[in-house]
Ligand binder design. Structure first.
Ligand code: RFL
Ligand code: PHB
Length: 389
């Protein structure tokens, strides 16, 4: 089999890149190690920046998002038992869109199937070769048979644990990492959200987040220990812990119900540099991870893909400048989102070994933040997403 761009991974990065490239007339094949249902079963991000919304429109998959997604004009920070609203729209002129990663992925999968674009799910033993030369090759097995895909470029959209970044010689790549000493326990439930906007909570017992997927489906998180197992948390224990971290009046209005998904995510900041190795490019979680506190993971994946799509499309029109600058352009935006995600995480969580000084610093910063239009604007412009340069 032959193609122009071999895309490894059918998460949001790989599927969005495939869709944008196809619309630009660039042939591509997507290879995914899991089944489509498995990919759709992973509950992850929920907040889309305007640039991500625009890219999904550009890819021709925005219709259901506009019909079913919930535009949010603000977000709340809660500390000392008080809720404070950050007026995103008033401070920046921009909103965010609440529409789950599962739905984004479903829309992209449907568009790919409708256009009959080649996609191999349950591709095993995917390996990438020859990307330092002119003729890269991807090998994989499917139903026990070995296959080879000849291509001109490889897009590594295979997430943090993927094979692409791991195939780069160690001396060619620098890795920057910070692992946080806690995780997020998340619950999805078919109950109406406690508030029409998201609430990020700083509490003595640990961070909590009230998020949502629709007017009838809620997504809640509580900070938990890395030693915890999701199976050991009963629904009752989760709701009880969440209520303890909310102001009394808010907890009183919380509607609880059986969980339809419950999982623990570790928190990590990670960046690989550079993101290009000859004819291999890394995009999305394959190249970087942010802790979810700033809601940036999926949005960064989308903007990486935008830079890469522009670079590849220009290359096939005879102009290689944008492709040559892919890594530097993407990393400039990535580092700013890393900074924001790290600072939101540091501000909102309880650090087990933080001590009283760190706690006082959090309290002072939160008090300053909600009293200063300048500080609120800085938070708001990062939350709604920095412009793409
Ligand atoms: P994905 O979604 O991980 O997709 C990568 C795909 O590559 C496949 N793959 C392979 N395919 C073939 N061969 C191999 N050797 C392969 N190895 C892996 C995988 O099966 C998978 O289908 O990366 P992508 O597309 O870059 O998208 C990035 C986003 O998924 C990610 O940034 C966000 O979901 C991060 N994230 C969150 N972001 C938010 O903004 N808000 C959140 O609440 C939020 N929660 C989360 C998250 C990420 C999590 N992970 C990665 C553990 C919760 C979790 C649990
Ligand atoms: C979510 O809805 O899953 C979500 C929303 C905002 C975040 C993280 C996760 O910052």
């Amino acid at each position: 089999m032959k193609t122009q761009v071999a895309i490894i991974g059918a998460g949001p990065s790989g599927l969005l890149l495939g869709q944008l490239l196809s619309r630009a007339g660039v042939a591509n094949v997507v290879l995914e190690q899991r089944s489509a249902d498995y990919v759709l079963g992973r509950i992850r991000a929920g907040v889309l920046e305007q640039v991500t919304v625009d890219l999904l429109d550009e890819a021709g998959v925005g219709a259901r998002m506009h019909a079913e997604g919930l535009p949010h004009d603000g977000v709340e920070l809660c500390f000392d038992g008080q809720r404070h609203r950050i007026d995103l729209l008033g401070l920046t002129g921009k909103r965010v869109m609440v529409y789950g990663q599962t739905e984004v992925t479903r829309d992209l999968m449907a568009a790919r199937a409708e256009a009959a674009l080649p996609t191999v799910y349950e591709a095993e033993n995917v390996s990438v070769h020859g990307f330092d030369g002119d003729r890269p090759v991807v090998r994989y097995t499917k139903d026990g048979a070995a296959h080879e895909l000849q291509c001109e470029f490889i897009a590594g959209c295979d997430g943090f644990h993927g094979v692409c970044r791991a195939s780069v010689p160690a001396e060619a790549i620098a890795l920057h990492e910070k692992v946080y000493p806690f995780g997020w326990l998340g619950v999805l439930a078919d109950v109406p959200p406690v508030n029409h906007e998201l609430i990020y909570v700083n509490h003595e017992r640990g961070f909590a987040l009230c998020s949502q997927r629709s007017r009838t489906r809620s997504r809640y998180y509580v900070q938990c220990s890395l030693d915890d197992n999701a199976e050991d948390w009963s629904d009752a224990a989760f709701w009880n812990e969440l209520k303890r971290r909310l102001p009394e009046a808010t907890a009183a209005g919380l509607v609880t119900g059986p969980s339809i998904e419950k999982s623990i995510a570790p928190l990590r900041s990670f960046v690989a540099e550079p993101l290009r190795f000859g004819r291999l490019f890394l995009a999305g979680d394959a190249g970087h991870i942010v802790p979810p506190t700033g809601a940036k993971g999926l949005n960064l994946a989308a903007t990486d893909v935008a830079y890469l799509w522009q670079g590849l499309a220009d290359h096939y029109r005879g102009n290689g400048t944008a492709l040559a600058h892919y890594s530097a352009r993407a990393l400039a935006r990535i580092w700013k989102a890393e900074r924001f995600s790290w600072s939101m995480t540091t501000l909102m969580h309880r650090f087990p070994d933080g001590g009283s000084f760190a706690r006082k610093m959090q309290q002072a910063e939160l008090a300053y933040l909600v009293s200063s239009p300048a500080a609120m604007t800085a938070l708001a412009e990062n939350y709604v997403g920095l412009p793409m340069d």
